[in-house]
Design a protein. Structure first.
Length: 100
């Protein structure tokens, strides 16, 4: 097989830049969620991601203080981050139990 130069460049870039920092044994596996959980995760993720992106852009432009950080934490909780994490944790636990 041949590998185009641009593809080899990207592979080398990944190997040289990202691979040294890949120190964790686990990455979140591909899991199959129920339709209800998939919809719920999708709905929650839309709001959570928007909240995080807004915070990041405001922080880059203006900086942030403890009050802004605390507001982010309360906003994420209001947008359902605990539920989002609980759903993912449930499927991760089931996956790891099935692997044992």
């Amino acid at each position: 097989m041949t590998c185009p130069d641009d593809a080899q460049y990207r592979l080398n870039w990944i190997k040289d830049i990202y691979t040294p920092d890949m120190t964790h044994k686990y990455c979140y596996p591909r899991v199959f969620m129920t339709t209800e959980d998939t919809k719920q995760v999708s709905n929650l993720q839309a709001d959570i991601q928007k909240c995080i992106n807004t915070f990041k852009s405001n922080s880059i432009m203006k900086g942030f203080d403890d009050a802004a950080w605390d507001k982010l934490q309360s906003d994420l909780e209001a947008y359902g981050l605990p539920e989002f994490l609980e759903i993912h944790q449930r499927y991760l636990t089931a996956y790891l139990d099935a692997q044992a």
